[in-house]
Design a protein around this ligand. Structure first.
Ligand code: NAD
Ligand code: UDX
Length: 469
């Protein structure tokens, strides 16, 4: 079955870039991305490409080429559903903040709303594609809703989880390691899967497009994120051991990464992983395991989160103890707020939790991030609910120039690995800060030897301090 018209519900970090690339590579398919958030849609339609709602290297060029040709952004959800033969659901699936499974399970209310809306509107057969990350067996729930509330038309449900990482979304979409498609094991299921395979095959080699049953596909996404996060927590656990023994975590990573069975990627020690996916998806996995009574399995994976929380706390504690056990009234400059470089996304960023811990100690935080807005930073803090919005604005200020941000600082903390931080005139910064000039590098980004030579008291995740000197 040749697809001519696609609708994607959810114009976020996944829906926007994914559909832009799909439209770019399939000029004969009309792709409409819909969202209930009018501001977001307005930004996607903005003439000024610098104002797209998401910053991703290379995305502006793609939107510029496809938008208005066969790529459209709209708030008319019903019209887009009605016209499409294939509907991607790419809405958010955050951790539940209420009721049963609070703080662990995925909140599926937005998914269910989409399913109900599709059922209500559809007057022709549809292929519904789960693009959002979902607990294993969600396709069953979606099918139940569609079959029981629809207008008698036929639905096929596919699972097609997205593996892009933020900051490299365009590259990941253009040359993915693999595309995963799960479908029903029936003739209709195979036809539906093949129609999606054909769309991807316009730019991805067929051997990289895997087809499986729906449950394996849904579960694989959670497992992929759990394995990736586990590597970060594993190396972060070792970083503390390096700090007390004189080993250098970078050298340990390099040494173990050259073992082809381990591999070199995802072994960078850090202040802790962030992002909208890792924590949410592991908690979801833990919850599913618990639901089936698999307590040892649940505990095993939960430890990845426990280690990550510890790493963030440890970073903040180290700042306080190094600054003579008090940071009250001291100015601490944060370089970076995003959860990783090359994105303006801050969801679950380690910076939020480190700032919160230091503000509890009455530190004064000055933040500079090349891409994150002041509004976003305050929203992140207010969301925690640790103190009043007024207090957050009193204790934390956002500055647009890194050199001004650093003036008179008692310490500089690096929270995101933005490339530009390496290029700064660190001698100039040294001259403008309070002495002793402390730098806490949460990303192992700067040259320890150079920093010490300039005169900084430099400490980095995973390197013992005496080793720098
Ligand atoms: P997001 O919050 O950026 O975007 C979701 C969008 O869906 C929002 O704009 C919201 O307004 C819209 N929406 C919600 N309910 C709607 C409805 N009923 N009708 C129309 N629009 C609706 O989320 P995201 O980061 O794009 O993530 C989406 C899904 O993809 C999640 O399940 C996530 O786990 C998964 N995922 C995310 C990433 C990532 O890097 N962000 C990577 C892989 C998978
Ligand atoms: C992740 C998965 O990589 C991606 O496949 C999935 O689709 C969504 O979740 P993302 O969260 O966007 O992507 O970024 P990722 O590059 O995985 O980084 C996540 C966090 O781990 C960041 O805070 C990053 O700084 C941290 N990290 C990553 C480390 O601390 N060390 C590493 O070696 C790698």
């Amino acid at each position: 079955m040749k697809i001519k018209n696609i609708c994607c519900i959810g114009a976020g970090y996944v829906g926007g870039p994914t559909m832009s690339v799909l439209a770019l590579k399939n000029p004969n398919i009309k792709v409409t991305v819909v969202d209930i958030n009018q501001d977001r849609i307005n930004s996607w339609n903005d003439e000024n490409l610098g104002d797209l709602p998401i910053y991703e290297p290379g995305l502006e060029e793609i939107v510029n080429e496809a938008r208005g040709r066969n790529l459209f952004f709209s708030t008319d959800v019903e019209k887009a559903i009605d016209e499409a033969e294939m509907i991607f659901i790419s809405v958010n699936t955050p951790t539940k903040t209420y009721g049963k499974g609070k703080g662990m399970a995925a909140d599926l209310k937005y998914i269910e709303l989409c399913a109900r809306q599709i059922a209500k509107v559809a007057t022709t057969d549809k292929i519904v594609v789960e693009k959002s990350t979902l607990p294993v067996r969600t396709a069953q729930a979606i099918k139940d809703i569609l079959d029981n509330t629809g207008n008698g038309v036929k639905f096929q449900i596919l699972s097609n989880p997205e593996f892009l990482a933020e900051g490299t979304a365009v590259q990941d979409l253009l040359t993915p390691d693999r595309v995963l498609i799960g479908g029903e094991e029936s003739e209709e299921g195979t036809i539906a899967m093949n129609s999606l395979v054909e769309i991807y095959a316009t730019w991805i080699p067929k051997e990289n497009i895997l087809t499986t049953n729906v449950w394996s596909s849904e579960l694989s996404k959670l497992v992929a994120n759990a394995f990736l996060a586990q590597r970060v927590s594993s190396i972060n656990a070792i970083s503390e051991l390096c700090e007390v023994t004189g080993a250098d975590v970078g050298e340990v990573s390099r040494a173990i990464g050259m073992d082809s069975r381990i591999g070199p990627k995802f072994l960078k020690a850090s202040v802790g992983f962030g992002g909208s996916c890792f924590q949410k998806d592991i908690l979801n996995l833990v919850y599913i395991a618990k639901t089936y009574g698999l307590n040892e399995v649940a505990d095993y994976w939960e430890q990845v989160i426990i280690m990550n929380d510890y790493q963030k706390r440890r970073f903040a504690d180290n700042i306080v103890s190094t600054l003579y056990n008090t940071v009250s009234g001291k100015k601490i400059t944060f370089l970076g707020w995003a959860f990783k470089k090359d994105t303006n996304d801050t969801r679950e960023s380690a910076a939020i939790y480190v700032a919160d811990a230091l503000m509890n100690e009455q530190a004064e935080i000055i933040v500079y991030d090349p891409k994150v807005s002041e509004k976003r930073i305050y929203e992140d803090l207010d969301y925690l609910g640790s103190r009043s919005p007024e207090e957050n604005r009193r204790l934390l200020k956002v500055v647009k120039d890194p050199y001004i941000a650093s003036e008179e600082a008692h310490a500089i903390a690096i929270l995101t690995e933005w490339d530009e931080f390496i290029e700064y005139d660190w001698k100039k910064i040294y001259d403008s800060v309070v002495k002793p000039a402390f730098v806490f590098d949460g990303r192992k980004l700067l040259d320890a030897e150079l920093m010490s030579k300039i005169g900084f008291d430099y400490s980095s995740i995973g390197i013992s301090k005496t080793q720098n000197k």
